[in-house]
Design a protein around this ligand. Structure first.
Ligand code: ADP
Ligand code: ADP
Length: 226
């Protein structure tokens, strides 16, 4: 686990659009931060800068005490959970979970240990030999989370992970993420526009507006003083 620090973080896109400006925040070890705000306020840009999927034009991102501005995404020790599941269709669930670890040279025994642990946490043990197409939307989303968990990253980044699910599944998966958070206590930055997700998951909420931090606080603090 590690803290994440954003220090005067800013982004001006080529062409001149300022998407993010002067963002300062520290996400403590094990803390779950939810980033909310209106469409176009810079949530996705901010998350992608932390992930290394978007270049940083001002300030810095630190993971632990390492400045990662120019570090490749794969070397940042973070895992991202996307709203589209991005599973390999021709591989079984087990292979999907193991694939990234195999590529990194993790031992067979260690891969088995991590895959079994993730399967247990996410309750997908009975689906390990199925292909993604034989899974429901919620099950696929769990496998996508499993792929992040097996990396045992210092931090998780969630990009609206539940927005493709129907209302009922969204509730179920929200509770699962809450349980995941309780068990793993991994530092997390979670982007959503769903107020219920924000309220139930956040240790602290960050409200972005026009690329800047408008409010930071516990859900109670933020929703009491809107
Ligand atoms: P959100 O995720 O909160 O909807 P975004 O980070 O996607 O916000 O967008 C923030 C601002 O940056 C918006 O004004 C958007 O139009 C602009 N923007 C996003 N991506 C690009 C891009 N690749 N090039 C130029 N402008 C962009
Ligand atoms: P991997 O074999 O590690 O799963 P992929 O081929 O799926 O990698 O993706 C390409 C790159 O993205 C790899 O360098 C990998 O380390 C990185 N990567 C894969 N999954 C994630 C994730 N969930 N979060 C962050 N980086 C990832």
């Amino acid at each position: 686990m590690a803290s994440i620090t954003l220090d005067n973080l800013g982004k001006v896109y080529p062409g001149g659009t300022r998407a993010v400006g002067d963002v300062n925040m520290q996400i403590a070890d094990g803390e779950f931060i939810v980033l909310v705000g209106p469409s176009g306020c810079g949530k996705s840009t901010l998350l992608r800068m932390v992930a290394g999927l978007e270049s940083i034009t001002e300030g810095e991102v630190r993971i632990g005490d390492r400045v990662v501005n120019t570090v490749e995404p794969a070397d940042r020790d973070i895992a991202m959970v996307f709203q589209n599941y991005a599973l390999y269709p021709h591989m079984s669930v087990r292979q999907n979970l193991a694939y990234g670890l195999k590529n990194r040279g993790t031992s067979k025994a260690e891969i088995t240990r991590r895959v079994d642990e993730a399967a247990e946490i996410l309750q997908i043990g009975q689906f390990l030999d199925r292909k993604p197409r034989a899974l429901s939307g919620g099950q696929r989303q769990r496998v996508a989370m499993g792929r992040a968990i097996v990396r045992e990253p210092a931090a998780f980044l969630f990009d609206e992970p539940l927005s493709n699910l129907d209302a009922k599944l969204r509730v179920a998966m929200r509770l699962e993420i809450k349980e995941l958070q309780r068990r793993l206590r991994t530092t997390s930055l979670y982007v959503t526009h769903d107020q219920l997700e924000a309220m139930t998951l956040a240790d602290r909420l960050v409200v972005l507006n026009g690329g800047q931090v408008e409010q930071i606080g516990t859900p109670l603090e933020v929703y009491r003083n809107p």
